[in-house]
Structures are given as C-alpha cells and as structure tokens.
Design a protein around this ligand. Structure first.
Ligand code: HEM
Length: 136
C-alpha cells in the first residue's frame, strides 16, 4: 500500500474531510483518520487537502513526533507529470532564496538605521557647535 504511485490528479480527488490526502516532500499521506486529532486543527489540513502541503507543514516547524505520525499515514509516492505544479519548498533553491532575501532586507534595514543614526549625530554636533559659537 505504502509504495503505491499517485499522480497529482489522483491526489487532488482526495480533498474532503472524509477523504483527505496530503503531499509532503513528494510522499502521499492519507490524513483522513488524523484530521480530528491534529493539534493545529482541521481547517489547515482541509486548506491543503489534495495538494502539496510541504511548505505549510515545514513552515510550522513540526516536531519529530509529528513526523513520526506522518510515517503512519503514508500511502504512496507522488509521480509528477509535465504541467503539474512544481515541488513546493524545493530545499536548496527556496531555502537559499529566502535566506538571501531576508538577509538583504536585514542588511538594508541595518543600513537605514545606521545612516539615520549618523545623520542625527551629525545634526546634534552641528547644533552644539552653533550654540557654542553663539555663547562665545
Ligand atoms: C498529516 C500531516 C500533519 C501532521 C501529522 C501534523 C501533526 C502535528 C502535530 C503532532 C502537532 C503538535 C505540535 C508538534 O508536535 O509539532 C501539530 C501542530 C500544528 N500543525 Fe500540524 N500536522 C500536519 C499537517 C499540518 C499542516 C499541513 C499544517 C498547515 C499549516 C499544520 C499546522 C499546524 C499548526 C499551526 C500547529 C500548531 C498548533 C498549536 O501549537 O497550537 N499541520 N501538527
């Protein structure tokens, strides 16, 4: 059972509360029995029912225990076909893209704060100098 091969359209048919498949890292999980037990609620599972839930699952940072539960739900593997949605969260590409973009944003924010601080310091120095000149 666990080595059955599903296409994306096979999986897409299982998108209801009574029959719910999820794709995570190109493995197919029958989450129907688990839906009522999910600590994160049924809504989030239904949202990604019959679809690739890799990104949603990984974004939450599920525990090892959650991953073990997942193994018990395994029913097969996904066979991607031309035209299927691309794998979500392809580890190398998206991970490096997101780190570099957040790194870039962090760097820009840092620069703005630094330049703002320098400008404020410069203005303060200028005012002090002017005040000193007036007093003299
Ligand atoms: C069949 C796949 C899934 C399994 C077996 C699973 C299992 C679990 C488990 C055991 C927890 C408790 C915390 C932990 O151990 O990490 C949890 C929490 C959670 N899960 Fe999932 N999960 C699955 C899919 C998803 C998906 C697709 C989402 C989509 C967003 C999701 C969202 C959450 C959230 C938000 C929590 C946190 C709940 C809280 O702490 O209040 N889960 N899940």
């Amino acid at each position: 059972m666990a080595d059955k091969v599903f296409t994306y359209s096979d999986v897409a048919e299982h998108n209801t509360k009574k029959d719910l498949f999820l794709v995570i890292h190109d493995k197919v999980y029958d989450s129907t029995k688990f839906i009522d037990e999910h600590p994160g609620g049924e809504e989030v599972l239904l949202d990604v029912g019959g679809q690739d839930a890799t990104e949603a699952f990984e974004d939450v940072g599920h525990s090892d225990e959650a991953r073990e539960t997942l193994e018990q739900l395994l029913v097969g593997t996904l066979k991607r076909q031309p035209g299927d949605p691309a794998p979500k969260a392809a580890p190398a590409a998206s991970a490096s893209a997101s780190t570099s973009s957040s790194g870039g944003l962090g760097g820009a924010l840092y620069a703005v704060v630094l330049i703002g601080g320098l400008a404020a310091f410069g203005a303060y120095q200028y005012l002090q100098a002017q005040q000193a000149a007036q007093e003299a």
